[in-house]
Design a protein around this ligand. Structure first.
Ligand SMILES: Cc1cc2nc3c(=O)[nH]c(=O)nc-3n(C[C@H](O)[C@H](O)[C@H](O)COP(=O)(O)OP(=O)(O)OC[C@H]3O[C@@H](n4cnc5c(N)ncnc54)[C@H](O)[C@@H]3O)c2cc1C
Length: 575
């Protein structure tokens, strides 16, 4: 192994992450700066292959006020769906902004599905009381990413860096100065100096083994923010999507139930009628997932491999023609992964880890509290989703707040004349990083630790939680953190060292797992996606508040902050 000299790049703005949030931020910053700022966008894989491309079902926006939808209705659905833990002022801003951004995406080339009258089509989605999920077949995220990427290419002041693994942010006296990364193809260490940054690194989904997330989503930005002393907000709220395909966990979009698909237990019963008499299969995800697990635990499921007992998603009410036209990817997934064609067979499903409601604690413009640093997309917690996100609200959130952070950071940069000198010794730190990582000498295999983490999270911090399981889980996770300090990186080469990347990602995941489980243990109530069998009721008197987790002197501190309520007082959540 050879360590190259550190290469230093100098930018005004660096955007880490090229998902919907990062790309939208880059466009807005470029547009506002009118060529005056030097912008870089970097990602740990190919810029055009962020996790966002796997978004299937749609993006929520109020398009048809003339036909009965309204901003208040979208906001109310989101607030109720969040189990009243969202900040209502942010939600009101979000619902007013999203139609503008959805139409902008259309102008930039997103091929939204059309109705017979030629207007944009929308499909029903869980917890929404109006069909407002704007979609492009069942490949919505793929088309959105392409439209944004192509639009970004129009701006000459955005440099693109593929396959750069960011392992730290450079922050001095609470001021952002850049990021440290290594170039995955060569192993060369790179410092990206910048006066401002936007973190858009996505959620923490690979904390779980049974999940709809790609292997890319390992919470790196969240873990670095935590180590750098930033707050993580509401991180115990992880969404389990009702229809993960058994046994892989791959997503079968809610669009299937939006288009008429029905969940059935082993007796063939449409059990959701019992749990949510009005919305039935299109109740919010937390409620559908709990209902499914109740059926499974009552013995009304099918026996699945490795304990993955399951129920069935029945497509028969949709019809072959519509499946082929609107759900072609789901059909491909069924055929390819379980050998079943939904045109003539139901698919085996159970709840799968899917979305991170919590994230880096930011203000309504995405500002992190570190001068010059913003966060957007799934990695940020603006409190749009509270304790349970409604389907189709995330892709919209990414574009709405990607744009806000791009604009805000560019305006700040244009008005800030500060210079950007690297802190003393930063080059040396960067050089030492990789050589130290290779020197890790322990018996522990990073892949074993990750597997043990998955087993624990899938069991102890899943749909139903309780004090004993969470305490057991926390003890195991703390053991994994200790093991993660004594690992061996068996692969020693510089070129595409996947072993090194897996080790860094694993270390980020185990640190985040401790925060998720600790925050879940402290929240002694049931709200949204966080259901405690030992505290089965929502407790507004004591827990209508955001969890704020932070590392203080190496120890985790958990405090709380009030929720902002504007129009909608908390009510019992009935669907
Ligand atoms: C299967 C699936 C389907 C979904 N469908 C929908 C849907 O239909 N509608 C909806 O609203 N929501 C949907 N969601 C949720 C939604 O897709 C995501 O919340 C959203 O796309 C996240 O976008 P993002 O820009 O925040 O991050 P991502 O798209 O996850 O992008 C993160 C970026 O950060 C980069 N990165 C991460 N770590 C590092 C590092 N260490 N160094 C450098 N770069 C790094 C990655 O390379 C990537 O470019 C779905 C989620 C899943 C899992």
């Amino acid at each position: 192994m050879e360590i190259y000299l550190v290469e230093v790049f100098d930018y005004d703005l660096i955007i880490v992450g090229s998902g919907l949030a990062g790309l939208r931020a880059a466009i807005e910053a470029a547009r506002v700066s009118k060529g005056k700022l030097r912008i870089a966008i970097i990602a740990k894989n190919q810029l055009m292959r962020p996790h966002s491309i796997s978004a299937e079902g749609g993006s929520a926006a109020v398009l048809y006020m003339d036909e009965g939808d309204s901003f208040d209705l979208h906001a109310y659905d989101t607030v109720k769906g969040s189990d009243y833990l969202c900040d209502q002022d942010i939600v009101e801003f979000f619902v007013r902004q999203s139609p503008i951004d959805i139409l902008e995406l259309e102008h930039w080339g997103t091929p939204w599905a059309r109705r017979d009258d030629g207007r944009i089509a929308q499909r029903p989605f869980g917890g929404h009381s109006y069909p407002r999920a704007t979609f492009a077949a069942d490949r919505t995220g793929f088309y959105e990413v392409h439209a944004l990427y192509d639009t970004m290419l129009k701006y000459g002041n955005v440099d693109k860096f593929h396959e750069q693994f960011v392992y730290d942010f450079i922050i001095e006296n609470n001021k952002f100065k850049g990021v440290m990364a290594f170039d995955i193809p060569t192993g060369q260490i790179r410092i990206f100096k910048a006066r401002a940054g936007i973190i858009a690194t996505g959620g923490l989904g690979r904390l779980y083994g049974y999940t709809t997330y790609s292997h890319l989503v390992t919470g790196d930005g969240l873990a670095i923010a935590l180590r750098q002393g930033m707050n993580l907000k509401d991180i115990e709220f992880v969404q389990f999507h009702p229809t993960g395909l058994v046994p892989s966990g791959i997503l079968i979009t809610e669009g299937v139930r939006g288009d008429g698909g029905i969940l059935r237990n082993a007796k063939g019963e449409r059990f959701m009628e019992k749990y949510a008499p009005t919305k039935k299969d299109l109740a919010p995800r937390d409620i559908v997932s709990r209902s499914m697990m109740t059926e499974i635990l009552d013995g009304k499921g099918f026996k699945g491999p490795n304990g993955l007992d399951y129920l069935l998603l029945d497509f028969s009410a949709i019809g072959a023609e519509k499946i082929k036209e609107k759900l072609s990817q789901v059909r491909e997934i069924g055929n390819h992964y379980v050998g079943l064609d939904p045109v003539d067979s139901p698919l085996p499903v159970r709840p799968s880890a899917h979305y991170t409601m919590g994230g880096i604690d930011v203000t309504r413009t995405g500002f992190t509290g570190v001068t010059g640093l913003w966060a957007a997309g799934e990695t940020a917690c603006l409190s749009v989703h509270g304790s349970n996100r409604l389907g189709a609200n995330s892709t919209s959130e990414c574009v709405v707040f990607g744009k806000v952070t791009g604009e805000d950071s560019a305006k700040w940069l244009l008005s800030d004349s500060g210079s950007n000198n690297l802190p003393e010794g930063e080059r040396l730190n960067a050089e030492n990083f990789i050589s130290n990582a290779y020197k890790d000498t322990g018996d522990n295999d990073p892949y074993d630790i990750k597997r043990d983490l998955w087993t624990t999270m899938d069991k102890d911090a899943y749909v139903f939680r309780n004090e004993k399981d969470l305490t057991d889980g926390l003890r195991i996770i703390r053991g994994l953190i200790e093991r993660s300090k004594k690992i061996s990186i068996s692969e020693k080469g510089n070129v595409y060292n996947q072993n090194l990347i897996a080790s860094l990602e694993m270390k980020n995941l185990v640190e985040l797992a401790e925060v998720v489980v600790n925050s879940a243990l402290e929240r002694k109530e049931s709200r949204g996606s966080h259901f405690r069998t030992d505290y089965p009721k929502r407790d507004d008197d004591n827990y209508l508040k955001h969890t704020i987790a932070k590392r203080v002197g190496g120890k985790l501190s958990i405090t709380y902050r009030p929720v902002t309520i504007t129009k909608w007082k908390p009510e019992p959540r009935v669907y």
